[in-house]
Design a protein around this ligand. Structure first.
Ligand SMILES: [Mg+2]
Length: 277
């Protein structure tokens, strides 16, 4: 695997690693400063689909991290890249926040919730209205009617996708429902699985970062708090993985999951690895 000091590229999850909700984790910020001072490439890969790259970059900057927009990868962007290749200039219905809608519009899609907002209150959808796909991400403003429209569109032929299926994520001092809980709502109602889930544990995002930076898996590291997403995705992509106990999972959780969910290194705080990089 090689030592951490030989690695060229670090990929960080955000929630539970760099911050918990809006509370920065100081040891993680110091760790990133140390990586920057050693000229390592630092990128961020989050399943959170609610914000744009620039909004995440600003959040990191406000916490004292010199982050650039193009270092941020979110499940919404990974989704948009794939969907662009399969439904060019098509129509989307989005369960997600305004950041997700903006990303899809920038990718060239018509977002039905915006172009025909009345659709959300309709009990039937006429045949002249349809969508190529419905995509589900984290949405704090979701309503029964929004789910109902999504379900009607899928029954009329729209394909069902999910940006990620994190069941929950760390709030400031408790666990909050994640996008996966919203995906499950539709899955239960439809008796249908999404055609694809783009976020971690899919290695799609990590592979895209490695390709963009021209770095081999052997020279990259994924840092995350969740064994079932960050660590599994990292192991699937063949990179070194670091689990950190500042979010969802702890060392005791290793017993619950198979080897493919086990990180190369497991630390209570990134401070423990300061001298290894
Ligand atoms: Mg996390």
């Amino acid at each position: 695997m090689g030592s951490l000091s030989e690695k060229e590229l670090y990929i960080f999850d955000l929630d539970g690693v760099i911050y918990r909700s809006n509370k920065p984790i100081p040891e993680a910020i110091q760790f990133i400063h140390a990586l920057h001072s050693k000229n390592k490439q630092v990128t961020y890969l989050t399943n959170n689909s609610s914000k744009t790259k620039s909004e995440f970059a600003l959040k990191l900057i406000s916490m004292g991290i010199q982050a650039k927009e193009d270092e941020i990868y979110t499940s919404a962007y990974i989704s948009a890249e794939y969907l662009k290749a399969h439904y060019r200039d098509g129509t989307a219905f989005v369960i997600g926040e305004s950041g997700f809608e903006s990303i899809l519009k920038e990718a060239g899609f018509t977002v039905l919730n915006e172009s025909n907002p009345e659709i959300i209150e309709m009990e039937q959808i006429s045949d002249d209205i349809g969508a190529d796909f419905v995509i589900v991400g984290w949405d704090r403003f979701v309503t029964y009617n929004k789910f109902r429209s999504a379900m009607m569109l899928i029954q009329k032929g729209a394909h069902f996708y999910a940006s990620n299926d994190d069941s929950s994520f760390p709030g400031p001092d408790s666990i909050w429902p994640g996008a996966g809980a919203l995906v499950a709502f539709l899955q239960t109602a439809l008796h249908q699985q999404p055609k694809k889930i783009f976020g971690k544990p899919s290695p799609m995002g990590i592979n895209q970062i490695l390709q963009n930076y021209g770095v081999l898996p052997a020279n990259a590291v994924m840092v995350g708090d969740r064994l079932t997403t960050d660590i599994l995705a990292g192991n699937r992509a063949g990179v070194t993985t670091i689990g950190v106990e500042t979010g969802i999972h702890f060392r005791k959780d290793l017993l619950k999951f198979g080897e493919d969910h086990h990180p190369t290194h497991f630390v209570s705080s990134l401070k423990e690895l300061m001298n290894e990089i």
